[in-house]
Design a protein around this ligand. Sequence first.
Ligand code: OFO
Length: 166
Amino acid sequence: MLTKKVEKALNKQVELEANASQFYLAMASWAETKGLEGVSSFFYRHSDEEREHMLKLIKYINERGGHAIVPSLPKPPKVFDCLSHVFQDLLDHEVMVSKEINTVVDICLKDKDYTTHNFMQWYVAEQIEEEALARHILDKLKLIGDDKGGLYLFDRDIMSMNPAKN
Ligand code: OFO
């Protein structure tokens, strides 16, 4: 059985994962309108994975006797300045999510909920990978700069990059 504090923290995490999914969906759509096929496919997959993360939490909360709440979400941005800004937004967002996951882990320890603590370790590991990938992509974009040929190849390469493991 979840304590009220843990249940509340997990429900907040449901909201963050849902929000990330919406945000990345907006990025996918923007990239698609710019003809960036690889980038848009990367973000469509990323958006789907964030939804999976949300569902995993929803099922866990309900399984442990809590009630998972489906959140309402703020409207994500419609346009983005440029590719570097998109990936900087991605990194900033993931850093913020990692912080929030640490808060959930902290609450689990304080409430002696070692089962949820264990469950959350998957998210901790996932965040390390997602942050590392976003940094790696940003480094690549810095190297490419305004080189159109480089951007063309980048868009092709990102097609095969896995946003995260599931
Ligand atoms: Fe859910 O992994 Fe990113 O935010």
